[in-house]
Ligand binder design. Structure first.
Ligand code: BGC
Ligand code: BGC
Length: 656
């Protein structure tokens, strides 16, 4: 060995010892203890042979391109000529050339421009279609005018997997119209702490429900597992995210540390992935969070040993937005460790150019084994073939009639009806259709607040009703239902005469937020003013119906006590009319639709401490999982994870 070589070896050994001494005891994962799964419909001999044939044609530089994804805010189609990247994404609020209000046609044009360059015949370039990803997490929510469905927490309350499948299919259809191939959904966290700002992206705190929904969402977005050429039939690639344990972080801190046991990871947090893989999910996104102090992006045992080994996942793993840059010793521009641990595609929104150079050097130096690169590229090409991206025809593109169609709006409205959970009703609901109704509160005529985060922009906090030309506010929905039944809205100024309200519907709750901006330490939750309004109305003898908009269960005892009825409406999306469907009866007072939703998260009775253990919250008086009242007469508790219809639990005391 040369002097230089031996110094290097000695340095390496030292570095190794030093890092061993400094690092906390490495958590041990036992892949054999995890549930087995099988990537259905991903691998077949003919396609694998085509992939092999392509791989031998690709230069190392082109292979490295495939494993990098850039954000459209930071790359132009022309850049792909020098940097043949495998994928682009439009992050929350990226828009088209910065325009967040771009039309569906403009989105399609952008997708086609990137695709065209990737498919060019050029010297030293093998045409491989670029794959375009986006967060369509409650409908195609980055595209102005799309139908926005309830956020996942509301769908969880609906306890209806078929509904989730239909919403997935409708979302995929709208995405296909705009030429976008890949959805960063479904999120499959099993949130254990409602202080987490991403609680609403989770279906439930109950892993059984998350697991059932995982399969339904994947099948809705992707179509049947064996279906080839998904993009040709109006489907897209789904993403099971964020792997693993994002819903387990200490105190519900976003991107925090999950300090649960391996057994708890398996029991609670892995369930959705098993179901998604068995349903043929094409991609998995790594979590920003850590497990026992180790970032998921660098956890080889979890990414490779468990996910690709024990769970037999044959699609590819994408990193989260610069998630690789958070690993010790890494930056956004350079991180062999994440790739070697099992990330197949870096999400490198802005640092992609330097990352490309460094990753190429890493392969040439052997810091990234060529076999690892080939494995990642094979997985990415497999997904591109499954999607049918190599085919020339895209029959769904540009079919404007499918975008925000009447059928999709009706589906969203159905979802709103089914997601509502009635926590209290002294008999004020349903409202007769010929009543005079005062509708008030900050959420009454505010479609953006109905939609929450991930709506047109990342935080969803900069929209106005004009951004939702097809949408309907809760107030507009109530007005229409009353107009049809002989009733009307009144403004509350005349308390003695003909305009005296028979009832007030007060709509309030959380303002939009996404990710860490919603961690409760930072939350904007403040309903003090509305509480005073509620009490004033009660003093005036006007019964109060609260419609509560929130991305999680929140302590609302004073509001519950000051209301005659209390409806948890979650973040219902653009079809506010679904609320009137359930709240407003016909003129004879018969409900047009009953409440059928029930809690997929426990609703606390005591205030949640900002930090510290949730066990400090008193259990007395909390609303248990499965709780939800209905007109048909019962308070009931649906057993966790059961699919039983609430109506079958009749027999309990009538609510009025
Ligand atoms: C989020 C992901 C999302 C990605 C792309 C990240 O910040 O954690 O859920 O898919 O951004 O927008
Ligand atoms: C992007 C989001 C992304 C977030 C990550 C934002 O700038 O628009 O898509 O999830 O950054 O921190």
């Amino acid at each position: 060995m040369s002097v230089r070589g031996s110094i290097c070896a000695a340095l390496l050994a030292c570095a190794c010892i030093a890092s061993r001494a400094a690092a906390p005891a490495a958590p041990v994962i036992h892949p054999g203890s995890w549930p087995a799964a099988h990537s259905r419909g991903l691998v077949d001999e003919r396609t694998e042979a085509r992939i092999s044939a392509l791989l031998v044609q690709l230069s190392v530089a082109e292979k490295v391109g495939q494993v990098i994804q850039a954000d459209v805010a930071h790359i132009t189609p022309d850049d792909l000529r020098r940097y043949p990247l495998g994928s682009v994404l439009a992050g929350g609020g990226a828009g088209v050339n910065g325009n967040k209000r771009a039309s569906a046609a403009q989105w399609l044009q952008m997708a086609r421009e990137f695709r065209a360059v990737s498919l060019e015949g050029r010297p030293d370039h093998v045409p491989i279609p670029v794959m375009f990803g986006i967060d369509a997490v409650h409908g195609h929510n980055n595209v102005a005018g799309a139908v926005i469905y309830p956020h996942n927490i509301g769908l969880g309350a609906a306890h209806d997997a078929e509904l989730v499948r239909r919403i997935g299919a409708a979302t995929a259809e709208e995405m296909s119209v705009t030429g976008i191939d890949w959805d960063f959904a479904p999120a499959l966290p099993v949130p254990q702490d409602p202080r987490w700002g991403r609680t609403y992206e989770g279906y439930s705190q109950d892993p059984a429900l998350v697991s059932r929904y995982a399969a339904a969402a994947v099948e809705g977005l992707q179509g049947a597992a064996e279906l080839d050429g998904k993009q040709q039939s109006g489907h897209v690639a789904a993403t099971a995210k964020h792997y693993l344990g994002d819903g387990a972080t200490q105190d519900g801190v976003d991107q925090g540390d999950s300090r649960v046991s391996e057994a708890e990871l398996i029991r609670t947090h892995a369930r959705g992935y098993v179901a998604a893989i068995d349903a043929g999910v094409l991609t998995v996104m790594a979590s920003y969070s850590s497990w026992q102090g180790q970032k998921a992006h660098g956890n080889q045992a979890l990414l490779t040993g468990v996910l690709k080994g024990r769970m037999g996942f044959e699609g590819f793993v994408v990193g989260d937005w610069n998630g690789h840059g958070q690993l010790p010793g890494c930056s956004n521009e350079h991180c062999a460790a994440a790739f070697n641990a099992g990330i197949d595609m870096f999400m490198a929104p802005d640092g992609w150019r330097a990352l490309y150079g460094h990753t190429l050097e890493d392969v040439r130096s052997g810091a990234i084994p060529l076999s690892r690169l080939d494995d990642a590229v094979r997985r990415i090409l497999r997904v591109k073939f499954r999607l049918g991206l190599f085919a020339a025809q895209r029959p769904y593109e540009g079919r404007a009639a499918l975008f925000a169609s009447a059928a999709h709006r009706a589906l969203a409205r159905e979802a709103v009806r089914k997601s509502l959970v009635l926590l209290k009703n002294d008999g004020v609901l349903p409202i007769r259709a010929n009543a005079r109704v005062l509708v008030t509160g900050p959420g009454a005529d505010n479609i953006g607040m109905q939609c929450g985060g991930w709506t047109i922009s990342w935080q969803g906090d900069d929209t106005s009703n004009a951004d939702f030309p097809q949408g309907e506010s809760i107030q507009a929905g109530l007005e229409a239902a009353l107009a049809a039944g002989g009733g009307r809205l009144v403004d509350g100024h005349d308390l003695g005469g003909n305009d005296r309200p028979d009832v007030a519907v007060v709509v309030y709750g959380e303002k939009p937020y996404a990710e860490m901006f919603g961690d409760l330490q930072l939350a904007l939750y403040n309903v003090g003013m509305t509480l005073e309004q509620l009490r004033k109305l009660r003093r005036q003898g006007i019964p109060v119906v609260t419609v509560f908009l929130s991305g999680r269960p929140l302590w609302a005892r004073p509001e519950l006590d000051s209301s005659n009825a209390f409806v948890a409406a979650w973040l219902p999306g653009t079809e506010g009319g679904g609320i009137a469907d359930v709240l407003v009866a016909d003129a004879a007072g018969r409900p047009r639709h009953d409440f059928s939703g029930s809690l997929s998260f426990e609703w606390p009775n005591g205030a949640v401490p900002v930090r510290g253990p949730l066990s400090a919250v008193p259990a007395a008086g909390k609303y248990p999982l499965g709780f939800g009242l209905s007109y048909a007469g019962s308070g009931y508790a649906r057993p966790a994870g059961s699919t039983a219809s609430p109506k079958s639990a009749a027999g309990a005391a009538a609510t009025r």
